[in-house]
Design a protein around this ligand. Structure first.
Ligand SMILES: Nc1ncnc2c1ncn2[C@@H]1O[C@H](COP(=O)(O)OP(=O)(O)O)[C@@H](O)[C@H]1O
Ligand SMILES: [Mg+2]
Length: 304
């Protein structure tokens, strides 16, 4: 059973945003790798998770517990060893167009300008190379260019940045372009893997703010992996902690905490001690599945 912090879950429960149905179902997913001839290393152990459309789910957990693996499976880049991933009710067996993906290390095309990078996705998805000879391609291109310029502005970049090449931009600016690039495809699901982890604190803060605004405006389903608990509490409408099982005969990570948060976002400044208590609770949960179960009892006991 998943140890959910009942008291907190009830007190913090956001209005259900599941009216639009289940966006992602991680359906009893196990991932293991062969180690030698007869042994397998289990990474995820029958992980079960349903994410409703419009949720902002932040996945936390210690390094190596399988966060990136889970994200890549939702993207369709990797397949579970057992179980399945369903996106909008369909089992995922390849990379599809419904997910936008932003990893920590931006992957812009170095030989294309910012504008070229932004336009490339929609162009390739809609017109193959010969199709570009059609008269309709010009009008399509114009519309895509307009969208790209809007996205740039939305991400806090200048119109003059459109003609720059990636190497002429700072890491923070490149990451803004990477997010704009993902949004150009109008994904219903946005997957972000430590997308802000390499940025300086100022840039990180402004990108967090901007991502929150985008989410509140258009309510895409977001699955955001991070190491940073404060970032998680600021962004998430729901926090999932993955933690390795440490008991005898157990292997792989499971969901150790599943907690809903208010849509207003939490910060130390706004929530004070409550914020600090939650940070401590979440960090203890990430230390181990058994520790999380024990901690839940303690926390509930203390609260009575
Ligand atoms: N192809 C692979 N073969 C063997 N082990 C792998 C492979 N890919 C990932 N792993 C292992 O899976 C575990 C989880 O990795 P990952 O999902 O990257 O964790 P996280 O993102 O939480 O840090 C790590 O221990 C990693 O070494
Ligand atoms: Mg990772």
């Amino acid at each position: 059973m998943v140890p959910v912090l009942e008291m907190e879950a009830n007190a913090l429960a956001a209005a259900p945003s599941s009216a639009a149905g289940t966006a992602i179902h991680v359906d009893r997913v196990t991932v293991s790798y062969a180690v030698g001839k007869n042994t397998r290393k289990v990474i995820l152990d029958e992980v079960e998770l349903e994410i409703a459309a419009g949720e902002f789910v932040v996945v936390l957990g210690e390094t190596g517990c399988g966060k990136s693996t889970m994200l890549r499976m939702i993207l369709g880049q990797e397949q579970p060893t057992a179980g399945a991933i369903h996106v909008a009710g369909k089992t995922i067996d390849r990379v599809g167009a419904s997910c936008g993906y932003v990893p920590q290390k931006y992957s812009l095309f170095p030989d294309r300008t910012v504008l070229g990078n932004l336009m490339m996705g929609p162009e390739t998805a809609n017109y193959h190379i010969l199709g570009r000879l059609k008269p309709s391609f010009r009008a399509f291109r114009k519309a895509v260019r307009e969208q790209a310029m809007k996205q740039l502005e939305r991400m806090g970049l200048h119109a003059t940045d459109a003609d720059k090449y990636p190497h002429q931009l700072s890491g923070g600016m490149q990451q803004r372009v990477a997010i704009a690039q993902a949004l150009m495809m109008k994904p219903t699901i946005l997957l972000m893997d430590e997308a802000f982890s390499a940025l300086d604190p100022g840039t990180r803060g402004s990108l967090q703010q901007m991502l929150r605004e985008i989410w509140l405006e258009t309510k895409p389903t977001v699955v955001f992996v991070t190491h940073n608990t404060a970032e998680a509490l600021f962004l998430a409408s729901r926090i999932i902690v993955l933690a390795k099982q440490t008991g005898p005969g157990r292997a792989g990570a499971k969901v150790a905490l599943d907690m809903r948060l208010p849509e207003t976002g939490m910060s130390l400044k706004k929530n004070g001690q409550r914020f600090l208590d939650l940070v401590e609770h979440i960090e203890l949960c990430s230390q181990g599945f058994e520790a999380a179960a024990e901690l839940t009892l303690n926390f509930e006991g203390n609260a009575q």
